[in-house]
Write a protein that binds this ligand. Sequence first.
Ligand SMILES: Nc1ncnc2c1ncn2[C@@H]1O[C@H](COP(=O)(O)OP(=O)(O)OP(=O)(O)O)[C@@H](O)[C@H]1O
Length: 782
Amino acid sequence: MSQELQQEQQRVNQVIGIIQDQINEYEEATARRRQEVVDIRKHFWEDVTVNTDNFDDFLETIISLRQQSEVLSLSQGSHRQSSKRLSQLQRMQDVPYFGRIDFAEEGMNETECVYIGVSSLTDATGEKFLIYDWRAPVSSMYYDCTPGPAEYITPGGPIQGTLEQKWQYIIRSGVIQSMFDTRLTIGDEILQQVLGQSADTHMRSIVATIQQEQNRIIRHDSARLLIVQGAAGSGKTSAALQRIAYLLYKYRNRLTADQMLLFSPNAMFKSYVSNVLPELGEENMQQVTFQEYLNHRLSSSFDVEDPYTQLEYVLTASEDPNYRVRMAGIRFKATKAFFDRIQSCRQALEQSGMVFKDISIKGKTLVSAEEIMERFYSEHTTLRFANRLEKLSDWLKELVKEAEKAERRKPWVQDAVELVDNDEYQQAYAHLRKKHGLTEESEEDVDLELVRKELARRIVSRKFKRIRQQIKDMGFIDTPAIYKQMLVSHPTDDEVEGAELPPEWNEIGEMTSQLIDQGKLLYEDATPYLLLKELIEGFQTNVSIRHVLVDEAQDYSPFQFEFIKRLFPAAKMTVLGDFNQAVFAHADGTDDFGMLAELYGEEQTDAIILNRSYRSTRPIVEFTRALIPNGEEIIPFDRNGSRPVLTRAADAEQLHQSIREKVNQFREQGHRTVAIICKSAAQSASVFESLHDLEDIKLVTSGSIEYKQGIVVIPVYLAKGIEFDAVIVYNASDEEYGEESLRRLFYTACTRAMHELQLYSIGKPSRFVQEAASWIAVDSIS
Ligand SMILES: Nc1ncnc2c1ncn2[C@@H]1O[C@H](COP(=O)(O)OP(=O)(O)OP(=O)(O)O)[C@@H](O)[C@H]1O
């Protein structure tokens, strides 16, 4: 061991000793604070004087209750903080830091050695930093600068100086495995080691090896919208997650994890990324899929199609007679023009076009739809739309109230009163006694006739409950009918700016209307329908979310982005995606996020491009980038590996046999995750059926919620955002992947591979593979 390494190891030992001391202190403090919380909870009511005899006593009780709650919440807060710090320290025990910069600040005599780790550590005095948090201002130089003149930005302004040295360490269980002076090493040894590891069931944090261009994303903090367009495997998801950790650190006094929301592509991805923030000592942000949100809002009224069913249709139903119409609908309903059309349709509803539903009870109409319409378009017409609806709703409530009163006198109600059971009678009776201020000692009693009236009121009120709820929920508006009407009528089309309708518009309208009548909402209609509903009934916005991140953003339509923006009016947005992986039909032909510049305006929009790809070995990236236009712009990280291999099989049987052998070979090579990637869910199911004899093989479906190690059969679109040690592309033939529209799907499949990529084809290989033929080895089945 060199002398330098020995000295560094001594420092690591010292720091670990200090960490251990602090762990002991925090263990004790955490246990003590926990006990405090338990005690306060146990004796909560003993310390509150409850007295409600008169107003002053009542007020005092409230004040005392509030004080006690504050004591409890303070105590819980300090327990939470100390247990958070305890787990940070425990994590630091094995790997206290991963980097060091020696920085000579201008005007200072001494060079400071700044050690960088996942969290800060000071000595016992609290004055001297032994480790700096990777998110601290000074740490930015570790990621951004090479030795030489350097600066970092603090809240008080820039600090300049000279970065004399930069070191990287690999420490495991408190022992330095290796350390590199970055001036002397060529290439990035540590990144080589990290990327060479096996795929994990959970994504790892990348703080030790964040690259300069990724650091720009992580620390970006100016515009309202940050757009990141990056090649497959360039670290978009990683940057997004470390960015969340960074913002939580920078704004720790005013931003919490539950104010940050990540839109994820699917449930499996959610679980895949769920460990990164806890690993960095932060709480997880909120995560949701767009589909979950749509279901939450619409599933009580419709059977809402999910995006994968839509995609499955696009991929497999080209023979369907409605295919052309549906495809045209999918494309148009994704556009900003359709968004604008819905907005102007809502505007037009101020003059005419609202459709209402009868309000009826047990088959008898109380107020007809025509009456409601007449009232809406004749009264309060100068008010704002939302206020007009409110007035309309008040009017309906009044009518219902009158109807209830009249109903109470009907003979059936009188009969029902005679038949009430004892419990109900007692409840009505007790209610009246209380209402009249009668106590147990009172000599007076309530009149029997009053009890009968109260019972009649209750019986009728129960009967009208559904109607009252319907009015409260604005259920008297027939939104599906208004939506259908907007699709079929087109007199105003020419007036709507930019709303050039597709030639299939009439057929699209008919098809959609029929489905809506059956209670079904296609995926492409779900957001537009919800927008219309919100514009009519009032937008349910969420102002508590301060930051929204959208991963795999190429899968969202411009329409959906407009919607997300309206939904979170107080949030900044980070959008990350890769149009070469756009598999949904609405994105056909789009190849950048240009359309998003309009969202907040150019001044409020910044864009960063990531061209370096880290996931796959150099030979795999050389092959995959040849599959797409302008692929030469993608720069592979220089990690060696074998070339992707194409094997031609004569038929399915030969293909399956060859896959079995390949899987076993991959296993023997030590690969823990092997994905057999198929074009569609239908193909995955049938491949799984044929290969089910392979040990430990699993089928991934849209319902799968966890990424498991082993052999998986998976449709491409569910493998998005995820990676595997080895990927087998099932039947990359021209028959399967012959159409230009499948290029992006095919590219997505191939870019999931970290170390090995094997393609099979029955018959002629896909034209995409042929175009990239010089980057692939061709194998024959022996
Ligand atoms: N700076 C880095 N240090 C270490 N590993 C990195 C770094 N950047 C990216 N990686 C690794 O590269 C792989 C791909 O990263 P990530 O999934 O974030 O990329 P992506 O751009 O979201 O990919 P895709 O669009 O293909 O889903 C991951 O294994 C990630 O850990």
